[in-house]
Design a protein around this ligand. Sequence first.
Ligand SMILES: Nc1ncnc2c1ncn2[C@@H]1O[C@H](COP(=O)(O)OP(=O)(O)OP(=O)(O)O)[C@@H](O)[C@H]1O
Ligand SMILES: [Mg+2]
Length: 474
Amino acid sequence: MRHLQTVGARLALALLLVVAGVLAFVYLIVTPSLEDRLIGSRQSQAAAIAEEVAARWPSITPAYTPTNLADSYAAATNTRVRIFRVDSQSPLSLSAIADEGGGPSAQSTDQDPVARQAATSLDSERGVVTLGDRRFAEAAQPFTAKDGTYVFLVSSSIEDSLGSVDLVKHRLFISALFALAAALLLGYAGARLFARRIRRLEQAAERIASGRFDEPIVDTSPDELGQLARAFERMRQRLAGLEYARREFIANASHELRTPLFSLGGHLELLVDEDLDDDTRREFLGRMREQVDRLTKLAGELLDLSRLDAGRLRVDRDPVDLAQVTELLLEEFHALARGTGHELARDGVDGNPTGLGDQQRILQVGRALVENALKHTPAGTQVLVSASRNEDRVALSVEDDGPGISETASVHVFERFYRGDTGGRASGSGLGLAIAHELAVAMQGEIELSSEPGRTVFTFWLPAASGTSSPAIE
Ligand SMILES: Nc1ncnc2c1ncn2[C@@H]1O[C@H](COP(=O)(O)OP(=O)(O)OP(=O)(O)O)[C@@H](O)[C@H]1O
Ligand SMILES: [Mg+2]
C-alpha cells in the first residue's frame, strides 16, 4: 500500500488505466460494430441476389426450371439459393422446390426462420441463421405469382468474415498486453526519474531547514521542477546572506558592548583604590560617564535596528517643516559645535520645504548627519545645514568643508558597524548612518552622499507634503 503513495506508482497506474480504458473501448465497442457491419454487408449482398432471382421468376419455363434458376445464381455468387412454394393454409408451410449451392451436406431447411418470416409478412426479410456449427447471413424475398406465392432465400456463409474479426480480436488482445506492459514500464521509469529530482529538492529543503546553506541546489532543466530548483537556490542564497549578516551583527554588537563595559570595569577597579587624588578620581568619573553615554546610545541604536529588522518601527506620515527641523538641530548642536571648535550655521531655506514623515525620526536622521559632520572632521571645519524643495521632494542637507570621504569608504558608510578612518578623531559604533538610511527608506525617502576633499554633503530626501512651493525665506 505504501508503494501506491509514491508519485511513480500513481503515474504508472494512471497511464495503465488510460491505456486499459482505450483498449477496452476498442475491444468492446469497435470490434462488435465491425462484426455487425460485415454481417450487414453480407445480408445486403444476399438481399440483392434474392431480389434478382425473384425478378427472373416469370422467365421460368419447362425448359428453364426453378432448379436451373437457383443453380445459375448460386454458382455465379457462391451462395446457397433456395426457392420455396408457400402453402398459406394454416398452419403456414413452406416446401422447397429448388435448393442449390449448399453442397451435398446441406441440411434440409423447410423450417428456415427467415424464409417463414418473409412468407408471413410478404415482405423482404434478413437474418442470421446457425446451421450446425456454421452461421449464415440470409435474405428472403417473397413473390406472389398467378399460381401462388414463392419465397427466394439466399444464404451466404459468414464464417470467413467472422474468422477475420476473431483474428483482429486476437491480435488486439496480444497488442493490448504489450501496450499495458509498456505503459506500466514507461510510466514507472518516467515517474522514477521525476521522483529522484523531487527527492533531491526535498533533501535540499531539509538541509536548509536544519540551517545548512553551504550546498548549492543545481537543476538546469527548463521544466517546472527545474524552475522550482532555481527558486530554491535563490532562497538558499538569500538565507545564507541573511545568516551571515546575522552572525556578523551579533559578533559586532557584542564587541561594541564589550569595549565600554571593559573600560567601565577597569575604571571601577581603579576607583576602589583609595589613594587616588580628587582630580584623578573626577577624571575617571568623567570617562566612566562617557562610556555609560556610549552604552546608552548603542543600546538605543541596537533597539532601533531590531525594530527596523522586525518591521515593527512605526513611522508617522505628517507634514513636517524641514526649516523648523534645521532650527532645532542648530539649537541642539550649538554647544557641542562650540566645544569641538566647529562653525555650525544655517545655509538658507529654499522654497516651502514641508515634507511628509515622522518629525521625531526626521530629527533623528538630522542628528546623525550633523553629529557626523562635527565628529569626523577637524576643528575649524564649517558645517552648514539647509532645507530646500525640488518639485515633489524636499531635502535636508548637511554640508561640511572637511577632508571628505574617499570613494571606497563612501560605498560602505551606510553599512552597519562600518567606521571609516577618522584620522584619530572620536569614533562611534558605525551604526548612525545605517539607521539613518533605513529610517529614510521607511519614510519613503533616501540619503544621498556626495563627497570630495573639502566638501562633503549628505542630502536627506523626503516626499513633499502637497501644497505649492513658495518663494525662498531668509
Ligand atoms: N561628514 C563626514 N566626514 C567624514 N567622514 C564621515 C562623515 N560622516 C560619516 N563619515 C564616515 O562614515 C563612517 C560611518 O558613520 P556612522 O555615522 O555610520 O558611524 P559613526 O559615526 O562612526 O558611529 P555612530 O554614528 O554609530 O556613533 C564614520 O565612521 C566616518 O568614517
Ligand atoms: Mg555617526
